[in-house]
Ligand binder design. Structure first.
Ligand code: DAH
Length: 343
């Protein structure tokens, strides 16, 4: 019997050494150490032994049992270590490989100009307001003193969505929205940059373009305040030496209306191809807010006056950076976009 026990022990040791995974080990555990295993069945024989035999037999059985269990435990650990090693090898990264390069992004020229203009006006105490790009005809035209069928609508050939909605053709509707939100109580001092849309397409007109609207409503606002404000803006944007001049013009929502020119920053006013040899460059439209507009938007015209202006974002950018075609802002040619990354 002892011989058989030793045989089994030897066989068990060999099988454990050969086991390839935990599943095999579990099977071996059952095969050798379960109650019904051959080895354990010898325990039953102990009851027929005398005390001495029983003691020495018990000792042999115990040591064999412990040895097999120890071997199984050791093997489990070896397998676990191997699995970990394997996983580490599989998941290893080659840190000597060259990494991926991410190019640093930068603002589009359009946004750069919006930010520059906004900074200048924030410095003068203006707040930034936004309005919807899909606008009601009511705000885009009617509250701006352009009733239905008014011929002035022709100046802004528009994209209509239905009878009452259009892609706003100007940022001026933000004027009406802000005034109405104030319930007739001033002051108002805002600018509103954003996208606008018209059915136009050539080198200086794009169906999508940007404007920055300005509006001031307060007591005792005069034309000279408009002049001073725009002069400051132009000097900050185009250089200290710039002069401005106003020419009479027409906008339905301002009276009087003006077109504002700046002295040419290319030739200083002598005349060159940029200013078409006039020494002046047209830069924006402006005027004193029409009393009809103030009234429709809830302001008492005896107490309040206002001025407003609207400047084309791309136009400013084109003049400042010498860009020949407005469509370059929207075709996403990286060779164009990247030129303005550096300050
Ligand atoms: N909305 C005008 C346009 O798109 C620009 C403009 C002119 C805005 C005069 C104004 C203004 O606020 O006072 O042509």
């Amino acid at each position: 019997m002892i011989k058989r026990i030793q045989e089994i022990a030897q066989e068990a040791e060999q099988k454990i050494a050969e086991a390839k995974d935990n599943e095999e080990l579990s099977k071996l555990q059952i095969l050798y150490l379960a109650k019904k295993s051959e080895l354990m069945s010898f325990m039953a024989k102990m009851k027929d032994m005398n005390q001495e035999e029983r003691a020495s037999f018990g000792e042999v059985m115990n040591s064999v049992k412990n040895k097999i269990q120890t071997k199984i435990d050791e093997k489990r650990k070896v397998l676990k270590d191997l699995a970990m090693e394997h996983r580490l090898k599989k998941e290893a990264m080659d840190i000597t490989l060259p990494g991926e390069n991410y190019e640093r992004g930068a603002k589009h020229l359009f946004q750069k100009v919006v930010d520059e203009v906004s900074d200048i006006f924030i410095g003068m105490g203006y707040q930034i307001e936004e309005g919807p790009e899909v606008e009601l005809d009511h705000f885009n035209f009617e509250l701006l003193n352009v009733p239905k069928d008014h011929p002035a609508r022709d100046m802004q050939d528009s994209f209509y969505i239905d009878e009452t909605h259009l892609m706003r053709s100007q940022t001026s509707p933000v004027q009406a929205r802000v005034m109405l939100s104030k319930n007739g109580v001033g002051p108002i001092k805002i600018i509103s940059p954003g996208k606008t849309f018209r059915r136009d397409e050539d080198a200086t007109h794009s169906h999508q373009f940007g404007q920055i609207e300005g509006l001031v409503v307060d007591e005792n606002v005069r034309m000279s305040d408009l002049l001073g404000t725009l002069e400051l803006f132009v000097k900050k944007m185009f250089g200290e030496k710039r002069k401005i001049r106003m020419r009479p013009s027409y906008f339905p929502f301002t009276e009087p209306s003006v077109e504002v020119d700046i002295s040419c920053f290319e030739c200083g006013g002598k005349g060159c191809s940029l200013c078409k040899h006039s020494g002046w460059i047209e830069i924006l439209g402006a005027g004193m807010v029409h009393p009809n507009v103030l009234k429709m938007c809830g302001f008492d015209t005896k107490k309040y006056q206002g001025f407003a202006f609207g400047v084309g974002i791309e136009r400013v950018a084109m003049l400042r950076y010498g860009i020949d075609d407005i469509r370059r802002f929207y075709t996403n040619d990286m060779r164009f976009n990247k030129q303005f990354h550096r300050e």
